[in-house]
Write a protein that binds this ligand. Structure first.
Ligand code: CA2
Length: 151
């Protein structure tokens, strides 16, 4: 069997709205742009991306569980679920794949309710406040972890 060289890219609730509103916070790139940025960053390192975005928590959980079968790691921007979801955290912890957490905005400089992440301590890579370019950073850093590269 060919070993998988694949990352699951997860974008949580409301990230389908990227590029349509709040450009001052999230910029003007769309979700399609984000998925292309991640795909190109992965391809340049010999990895594929499987992308999922959903506004339904259970759909995200099912995609994360399925990643156990054929993915090497997970890049996730959980959206608002970052600050609320023990369930999402348990799914990420349960599949035992390396996780990169991405936030487009600098959540630590926003409202206090955005300062806590239920995902942070199950992720090995954290990229916060780099805009959509942060997805490429996260892909590169996660692949470095997966392949055992050191700087
Ligand atoms: O900065 C990020 O990437 C966030 O994960 C985005 C979430 C927010 O709840 C987190 O605190 C930080 C919100 C995603 C909603 O994105 C929209 C994009 C355009 C218009 C409206 C919402």
């Amino acid at each position: 069997m060919t070993p998988s060289r694949r990352l699951l890219l997860v974008n949580g609730p409301n990230l389908n709205l990227l590029g349509t509103r709040e450009p001052d916070v999230y910029g003007t790139a769309t979700l399609a742009d984000v998925e292309r940025i991640a795909t190109e960053a992965a391809a340049s390192r010999g990895f594929e991306i499987r992308a999922v975005q959903s506004n339904h928590e259970g759909v995200l959980l099912d995609a994360i569980h399925a990643a156990r079968e054929d993915c090497d790691g997970i890049v996730i921007n959980p959206g608002g679920l970052t600050h609320t979801s023990v369930v999402l955290r348990d799914a990420l912890s349960g599949v035992a794949l390396p996780v990169a957490e991405v936030h487009i905005s600098d959540v630590l400089k926003r409202e206090p309710f955005r300062h806590h992440s239920y995902v942070a301590d199950v992720a090995v890579v954290h990229v916060i406040g780099e805009g959509v370019a942060g997805y490429a950073t996260a892909v590169g850093r996660l692949i470095a972890v997966i392949t055992g590269q050191t700087d």
